[in-house]
Design a protein. Structure first.
Length: 135
């Protein structure tokens, strides 16, 4: 948001929130286990989330940001853990079997538009605007 004037930022926020008010993502179900190099999480896969991601990318691009790759997929998620060193895949698999992870249902999800930074190799974010999503 530091590169946008307040009027443009406000217009973009209004556009995203307007689109979000028409999306059917409530309740948000986070039910897909995703394991990646740095950790593991449960991810949501609703097609409506991808429409919000597409709109967000178009707005970032229109504001002078990078043009999003149309193949990029948005993965809202709940982080379960991070890896700081190599792990045993067998031990992780055994732990996940014991945990018996079920879906996480977020009854009242909130859409947050954030300014993301990575100064000093640490992710930081500042909430620009928030809106509760409704069914």
């Amino acid at each position: 948001s530091g590169d946008l004037d307040l009027a443009t930022l406000s217009e973009n926020v209004d556009s995203v929130f307007s689109a979000a008010s028409h999306a059917s993502v409530v309740p948000l179900v986070v039910d897909r286990l995703f394991i990646y190099q740095e950790g593991l999480c449960l991810s949501a896969t609703s097609p409506e989330l991808q429409e919000l991601r597409k709109l967000q990318g178009e707005l970032v691009s229109a504001a002078g940001g990078p043009v999003p790759d149309p193949e990029d997929v948005f993965h809202p998620h709940v982080s379960l853990g991070y890896f700081s060193q190599e792990i045993s895949e067998e031990a992780l698999s055994d732990a996940l079997d014991v945990a018996d992870l079920g879906p996480v249902v977020v009854a009242s999800p909130r859409l947050s538009l954030i300014e993301l930074g990575r100064d000093d190799r640490v992710y930081t974010w500042r909430v620009v605007a928030q809106q509760d999503l409704r069914s």
